[in-house]
Design a protein around this ligand. Structure first.
Ligand SMILES: [Ca+2]
Ligand SMILES: [Ca+2]
Ligand SMILES: [Ca+2]
Length: 467
């Protein structure tokens, strides 16, 4: 799987980003383009880690695996891979010497960390799929007591300038971070990412706490996420799951459930600054994602998009379902701030907004454009419906489409983007996405349903699941 690359024509850090950035620069905002350098495609060294290994290994083979993940991360250099067998791992390296809560797994720049092995594999595609049982746990100190846990389970940091490549974290459960300190110790309980490229794949990020950005805090950053589950994280203030500022974000085929924020952005809080318009490749894009049962005390039950001179959240959502999210004040699913100088802005297509709740704007509030979507209560825009999407089991939160759903064959084929997060792991980000959130085939024609969407048959369904 090719996950690191330099800038080149057709790559997703090129024209559209620069152009949208330039538009804002003309309006007095600083131009932000984080460029990631290329690294050798082949790994230099492959380190092996197995919690069940005897101590004293050299990490060069499964038979002599390290028993500590930090042993491998301490030695790993640009282009290296770290293969981790199932087991539970706790960080031991203090970012701030003398402070036991500053321990964190520091994944070095341009290192690829893979979990989910049983400890016999010789190729990545042989992985046994033990992703949820390869656990990176911030529960240091007293077990089961979060008050002495690590501030960040994982730390990805580049001090400035051009990062030497993407950091890959693929196939782990990340849990138990508690960023309840001050300054940077108050953000990014699961993962704290600064000035880096980060690819998250096949990870479950769950049960982390922070004041801001409980699962992931990225600022600035270039983040790709696919096949992840981000659940049950809690923020005291903002961003129950992900905080993104000065961020280029592509999140595909991921689930955000039961995250909460005391204030704004039950799952997502963005001050992304650039991008967001349709017609060019969005800088911030969520595709085939599911958001349910997220909660914000005030605004944006699932998503909050900031707005102001230096803080405008702009993003695009395609084939996403928002259901059963709740905001205490406004924007049950999404709240986009409507400041005059630089408003937040959400573009939605092929999506479903159903059974979200808020006193003002039960589904959405603010500057939100929607097309070819189901919106409870109705919404202005081409192809929008106000009909019950007929989930398979709404109470049990099976939010796939049931028989007869008006979402079937009713979306817009042209709204779908290229495979910018490489969900099919074929090494290309310029191919079509042919998988839905179940990894079943997209663009299926339901023969019993008239095509009401846009494009040539087969027509894509609304939401992340194709029936
Ligand atoms: Ca503890
Ligand atoms: Ca279809
Ligand atoms: Ca691909």
């Amino acid at each position: 799987m090719r996950v690191t690359r330099g800038r080149k024509p057709g790559d997703d850090m090129t024209k559209s980003h620069l152009m949208s950035g330039a538009r804002h620069a003309q309006r007095g905002l600083s131009l932000f383009v984080l460029v990631i350098a290329a690294v050798p495609a082949e790994a230099r060294t492959r380190w092996h880690v197995n919690a069940a290994a005897p101590p004293g290994g050299d990490g060069l083979a499964w038979a002599t695996a390290f028993d500590s993940l930090d042993s491998a991360l301490t030695l790993a250099a640009v282009g290296d891979e770290v293969w981790v067998a199932q087991g539970t791992y706790h960080p031991t390296v203090e970012l701030e010497p003398g402070n036991p809560r500053s321990v964190s797994f520091s994944v070095p720049q341009a290192v690829r960390a893979y979990g989910g092995f049983d400890g016999t594999e010789t190729a990545l595609d042989q992985r046994a799929g033990l992703f949820e049982s390869t656990v990176l746990s911030g529960d240091v100190g007293l077990p089961g007591d979060s008050s002495d846990n690590a501030y960040h389970v994982v730390h990805v940091f580049h001090p400035g300038g051009i990062p030497p490549g993407f950091v890959t974290i693929d196939g782990f459960k990340i849990t138990g971070g508690n960023a309840n300190g001050t300054s940077m110790a108050g953000v990014g309980g699961g993962i704290c990412c600064f000035n880096s490229g980060l690819l998250l794949a096949r990870c479950t990020i769950t049960d982390n706490w922070a004041r801001v950005g409980a699962a992931l805090h990225a600022q600035p950053g270039l983040v790709r996420m696919k096949w992840c589950k981000v659940t049950d994280n809690r923020a005291g203030d903002r961003a129950g799951a992900i905080w993104g500022h000065l961020i280029n974000l592509k999140i595909f085929h991921s689930v955000f459930a039961r995250n909460s924020a005391g204030n704004r952005g039950g799952a997502i809080f963005l001050n992304s600054i650039v991008g967001g318009s349709s017609g060019v490749e969005p800088v911030v894009l969520f595709e085939s994602c599911l958001f349910y049962d997220n909660y914000a005390g005030h605004r944006g039950g699932a998503v909050f998009l900031g707005g102001g001179p230096f803080s405008a959240g702009k993003g695009t959502w395609v084939n996403c379902t928002f259901a059963f999210n709740i905001a205490g004040d406004s924007g049950g699913a999404i709240h986009a701030v409507t400041s005059l100088d630089n408003p937040g802005h959400a573009d939605l297509a092929n999506s479903i907004l159903w059974q979200n709740q808020a006193p003002v704007g039960a589904q959405v509030k603010g500057r939100v454009r929607i097309a070819y979507s189901i919106v409870q209560g109705g919404y202005f825009g081409a192809g929008n419906l106000a009909l019950d999407p007929v989930f398979v089991d709404a109470v049990g939160r099976d939010l796939r489409l049931g028989p007869g759903s008006p979402a079937i064959d009713a979306a817009n084929n042209f709204a779908v983007h290229f495979d910018l997060a490489d969900v099919d792991d074929d090494g290309s980000t310029q191919d079509a996405v042919l998988l839905d959130l179940d990894a079943d085939r997209r663009f299926r024609d339901d023969l019993g349903t008239p095509d009401t969407g846009l494009g040539l048959a087969p027509i894509i369904d609304m939401g992340p699941f194709e029936r």
